[in-house]
Ligand binder design. Structure first.
Ligand code: ADP
Length: 344
């Protein structure tokens, strides 16, 4: 539904040429929630501006439902852009207008008749959970409520695609979760394709089905979110995953250091399991059958779009043979096992 073919975007300035996006080929399917994650400067916003037709690529094409954006005339692009809704980190609301007037605004521009646009706006306000706040002004709302207004406004023209530019980055964790749940509901109930850009892997983990990791203008890794979490290949992806699973938190690193000093021969192993394997008493079984002692260093359960995902970092203590036997046995369970070297 959204196809990016051979995309390059170069900016010319006094300082010279700068390639913000270097070589991107990608298809985003109808009805999916797709995330672009990357650190600041990776080229995410540039890519989003190319998808919504605000800018055109230096090379390559952006197709929306088989229509090549750059081949359309201005009027056709404007029409196409109406089928794309957008939400922003700082909401971009009209501060002198009420909630209802904000949501009605795109319908006024689209010249929808007054009674129809008010009816539509009220339905959307209800959908995003803001009934009763129609006459409030943005300044009277919490951050989460402001973003709900942004979402209702973005949906006013029944878009096929909703683009989210760091929409939860200014919100606290609890409100972030609420907004992410709302986006999932919109995706499910209205079948709107959602493309989001974020620097937070947590956002990707919680609601995206697929992810592309960007670095220096290129997609360095791409795939279903669970696969990427289980086997992150590129160093940038590995860093994002580690950060999100708090494997590099101060507490975890301190515990690791302490245990490694106490038992220099122990293997540090990361176990990752999906949903149901959490019920198998793996640790006790492995310990009993192989004779290794197992120190638990860190453990957590994280939600994903599909199933909960658990991670456990443990230290295996025993003779070399015992530890190898434990690793062999662990490999027979439906879990991901990785011996990690924390020295790096
Ligand atoms: P991200 O959204 O991942 O932080 P951006 O797409 O905003 O990254 O920017 C990628 C790079 O392109 C940055 O180094 C930025 O300075 C540069 N860039 C973005 N827009 C322009 C522009 N209009 N002119 C010149 N350079 C730009």
């Amino acid at each position: 539904m959204i196809t990016l073919k051979g995309i390059k975007k170069t900016y010319e300035s006094k300082a010279g040429r700068f390639e913000a996006v270097k070589e991107v080929d990608l298809t985003i399917n109808k009805g999916e929630i797709f995330g672009f994650v990357g650190y600041s400067g990776a080229g995410k916003s540039t890519l989003l501006r190319l998808i919504n037709g605000l800018e055109s690529p230096t090379e390559g094409t952006v197709e929306l439902d088989d229509k090549v954006l750059s081949e359309l005339n201005k009027k056709a692009i404007r029409k196409e852009r109406q089928s794309i809704g957008m939400i922003f980190q700082h909401f971009n609301l009209l501060w002198s207008r009420t909630v209802l007037e904000n949501v009605v605004f795109p319908l006024e521009i689209a010249k929808v008749e007054k009674a129809t646009r008010i009816k539509k706006a009220k339905e959307l306000i209800q959908l995003v959970g803001l009934s009763g706040k129609e006459s409030a002004y943005p300044a009277q709302l919490s951050g989460g409520e402001k973003q709900r207004v942004g979402i209702a406004r973005a949906l006013a023209n029944d878009p096929k695609v909703l683009l989210s530019d760091e929409a939860t980055s200014a919100l606290d964790p609890q409100t972030t979760d609420e907004v992410l749940e709302l986006l999932e509901k919109i995706n499910r109930e209205l079948n709107v394709t959602i493309v989001l850009i974020t620097h937070e892997m947590e956002v990707v983990r919680k609601i995206c089905q697929r992810v592309a990791v960007m670095d220096s203008g290129v997609i360095v890794e791409e795939g279903p979110v669970l696969d990427v979490f289980k086997h992150p290949k590129h160093p940038v992806t590995q860093r994002f995953v580690k950060q999100d699973l708090e494997m590099d938190s101060k507490e975890t690193l301190a515990a690791l250091k302490e245990l490694q000093a106490l038992y220099p021969d122990g293997d540090i192993v990361q176990l990752m399991f999906e949903g149901r394997s959490a019920n198998t008493p793996i640790i006790t079984q492995v310990s009993r059958e192989t004779g290794v002692d197992i120190n638990i260093i860190q453990g957590s359960i994280q939600s994903t779009h599909e199933v909960p995902m658990g991670t456990l970092v443990v230290q295996l203590l025993g003779t070399k043979d015992e530890r190898q036997a434990a690793l062999n046995l662990l490999a027979t369970y439906p879990i991901e096992v990785e011996v990690i070297d924390y020295a790096d």
